[in-house]
Design a protein. Structure first.
Length: 213
């Protein structure tokens, strides 16, 4: 991807996070990115194309910051890998806040703009699939359908916690604690007696926290 194209998408994410999708104006975006409006139309054809590519940009950027400082190989602790990937969605940093707010705006917009739905569904499916793979490593005794369902629940929880955080209804530290507790509940669901259960879940929710979205 060209530097200009990348900067336009980065600027589009900032503008959406600041003003919402309905507040995204090509003129303001051009000024934000330091390019001409004609260059935006050259790269993205129309507003719908710009929104679709911005969605891809947001997803790719999230993949990078949730990978952590040393993304490959994974550690020998699959549970820690799963926690890291999900909890890094709740970081109080500029990139994560912009990404998370813009993602939520694009998801809400898809309710009214069907052109976005297919791309959003594809991106969401990829995210759920990746989390399901991490769950399979952390919970080898579970089944593929169970891992897929747990991944749906956990990714939906991340989105819901993010909305509450960004709207001021929930401190980010408490959001992390709730997410960690939910991860523990999903993983301990198939553990034999003595390994998981209510005590382990309670401990996961009462610790010091991870310290994204």
């Amino acid at each position: 991807m060209s530097d200009r194209r990348t900067e336009i998408l980065r600027a589009a994410t900032r503008v959406i996070a600041r003003r919402g999708v309905r507040g995204l104006r090509v003129g303001e975006l051009a000024a934000e990115a330091g390019v001409s409006t004609s260059l935006i139309y050259y790269h993205f054809s129309d507003r719908a194309g710009l929104l679709r590519r911005t969605l891809d940009f947001i997803s790719d950027r999230a993949d990078h910051y949730t990978a952590g400082p040393d993304p490959a190989p994974r550690t020998e602790d699959p549970r820690a890998d799963l926690e890291q990937v999900l909890l890094l969605e709740l970081q109080d940093t500029v990139d994560v806040r912009e990404n998370s707010i813009a993602w939520g705006e694009l998801r809400a917009t898809a309710v009214f703009e069907p052109d976005l739905r297919e791309d959003l569904a594809r991106t969401t499916h990829t995210w759920v699939h990746d989390v399901a793979e991490l769950l399979a490593r952390a919970d080898p005794g579970g089944t593929a359908p169970a891992h897929a369902a747990a991944a749906e629940r956990l990714t939906a929880l991340v989105e819901g916690l993010s909305v509450r955080w960004h709207s001021g209804s929930l401190p980010v530290g408490h959001a992390r604690l709730l997410l960690r507790g939910a991860i523990g509940a999903e993983l301990d669901r198939h553990d034999p007696p003595g390994r998981g259960g209510p005590a382990a879940v309670a401990g996961a929710g009462s610790g010091a926290g991870f310290g994204r979205s």
